[in-house]
Design a protein around this ligand. Structure first.
Ligand code: AHR
Length: 501
């Protein structure tokens, strides 16, 4: 393969990388909460019932914004069911995944967990079967200083101090016919605006995420977004994007080119936000919250989300392979390349349900996608740089032309991070990073995730097929670094610099 050249310049900056783009999502579905993060029966449980082994592995992923309690679950959830003495909480029918919800884990347990893990809580209110008033009450419960009805309730449940939840979602996927309480865009817009006003009146410091299109394939895609942006206007701060991708055709080259479509999804939504701003003559700039994203296709069917009226069933437990790990890295490259507009992003999800971590009894498995997440999250501070790629590429079946090497870069205080994906299944790649204005001194760390084949995956029997390895043989001469990449890999390289930026 011909050499690829990545050209960087310290002054060609996109924007500071918002740490919240390395967020996660914990939903009441399947075994995400119960048997996932929370399991009093496990021998790994701490005194509060949190699974220490799971939390240790999550800690290394260092998630920032953590979205909770759903997802589709949020549209049938009444938050009052999940607070107060656990023995008095109602057991309810959960209709999003046709399960039973025992309400043993609710707002207080989530905040306790978020504090333990240093997560920024992001709560999604129920705008499906719930009311704007119920949403407003939840804000008071979480953020009101003690002295009023719901803040006193919180104090009575053990926390006199407010929880200070600053990020709130105005419902979930309300454009989807599968959603409890689904309505057309104009009706959702009214609900969202009413809820937003009440919520911000209770706590003007909160930020709100409007429901954008759930899928780019829905007939209302873009028209939904335009309608709600224009109506809700200045009341909200972000609009959500969701995306699940997969390789049902078994075409690795095409699948790895899906990054083009993710870039495009971000760019058209940003374009729409600018259009709505101009049309409404607003001074307010909307930013993007990519608050559900991942690979999900093997378990995307009705049976996989059917809990058959039971608690914590094995729902949507996708098993991930090497090519999925590269696609996850591709999402992150895309978010970094769009750091000027993507301010929040949440991997869906974190444990058991379409997740990097699986539990089985007291065992734990780190799936392939765990490893690229860790590569990025350890190198996330700084300003995104434009990474110009010159080199070989190919025309993909569904997503157009892509370079064989996908890249992004972050310039930190005294460090440069480069992220590279080799999409070739057969060929190694030589990559030259040619940069200007960044006095590279040495390689601080260089890591690689690869494996024996695109389909290779970790299993409970063979848990270590895909893992992080050291990347050696990086040549550093003057302003140029040359890196050799094996086929199908994602690499993260951090260079120290001679002076401070
Ligand atoms: O993440 C799983 C589900 O996918 C969420 O509940 C929903 O919002 C989306 O459709």
């Amino acid at each position: 393969m011909d050499q690829t050249k990545i050209i960087l310049h310290r002054d060609y900056q996109i924007a500071p990388v918002d740490p919240r783009i390395f967020g996660g999502f914990l939903e009441h579905i399947g075994r995400a909460v119960y048997e996932g993060v929370y399991d009093h029966q496990s021998r790994h449980a701490d005194p509060q019932g949190f699974r220490k082994d799971v939390l240790r592995s999550l800690k290394d992923l260092d998630f920032t914004a953590m979205r909770y309690p759903g997802g589709n679950f949020a549209s049938g959830y009444h938050w009052l069911d999940g607070v107060g003495p656990r023995t008095s909480r109602p057991v309810v029918q959960e209709l999003a995944s046709l399960s039973i919800e025992p309400n043993q884990f609710g707002s207080d347990e989530f905040i306790q967990l978020a504090r333990k893990m240093n997560w920024t809580p992001m709560l999604t209110v129920n705008l499906g079967t719930g009311t704007p008033e119920e949403a407003r009450n939840w804000v008071e419960y979480c953020n009101g200083p003690a002295g009023t009805k719901y803040s006193n309730l919180r104090a009575g449940n053990g926390s006199a101090e407010p929880y200070e939840v600053k990020l709130w979602g105005l419902g979930n996927e309300m454009d989807g016919p599968w959603q409890q309480g689904h309505v057309p865009a104009d009706q959702y817009a009214i609900r969202a605006q009413q809820a937003a006003k009440l919520m911000k009146d209770v706590d003007p410091s909160i930020e709100l995420v409007l429901c954008g299109s759930a899928e780019i394939g829905l007939p209302t895609y873009m028209e939904w977004d335009r309608t709600v942006l224009e109506y809700v206007g200045d009341y909200a701060d972000y609009i959500s994007l969701h995306r699940y991708v997969g390789n049902p055709a078994g075409d690795t080259a095409d699948y790895l080119a899906v990054t083009n479509s993710i870039d495009q999804q971000i760019e058209v939504m940003d374009g729409l936000c600018r259009y709505a701003q101009a049309k409404t003559r607003s001074r307010k700039r909307y930013y993007l919250a990519f608050d559900e994203w991942n690979v999900w296709y093997r378990t995307q069917n009705a049976e996989s989300v059917n809990g058959h009226g039971k608690v914590a069933q094995h729902l949507v437990e996708e098993e991930y392979n090497l090519e999925d790990a590269l696609v996850v890295a591709g999402f992150l490259n895309s978010f970094i390349r769009h750091a000027d507009v993507v301010r929040i992003a949440n991997l869906a999800q974190i444990v058991n349900v379409i997740a990097p971590i699986l539990t089985r009894g007291d065992q734990i498995l780190l799936q392939s996608i765990y490893y690229p997440l860790a590569l990025y999250t350890h190198r996330r501070e700084g300003v995104a740089l434009q990474a110009v790629v010159r080199g070989p590429g190919y025309e993909s079946k569904n997503y157009g032309f892509v370079h064989t090497i996908d890249a992004s870069a972050i310039l930190g205080k005294d460090v440069l991070h480069a992220f590279l994906i080799n999409r070739s299944s057969t060929e190694s790649a030589s990559v030259e990073i040619a940069q200007a204005g960044i006095p590279l001194k040495s390689v601080q760390s260089a890591e690689l995730v690869t494996g024996p084949s695109a389909a290779a995956c970790n299993t409970f029997d063979r848990p270590d097929v895909i893992h992080t390895q050291k990347l050696n043989n990086i040549q550093l001469t003057g302003q140029t670094a040359t890196i050799q990449l094996p086929p199908l890999c994602v690499a993260a390289i951090s260079f120290t610099m001679d002076d401070k930026v």
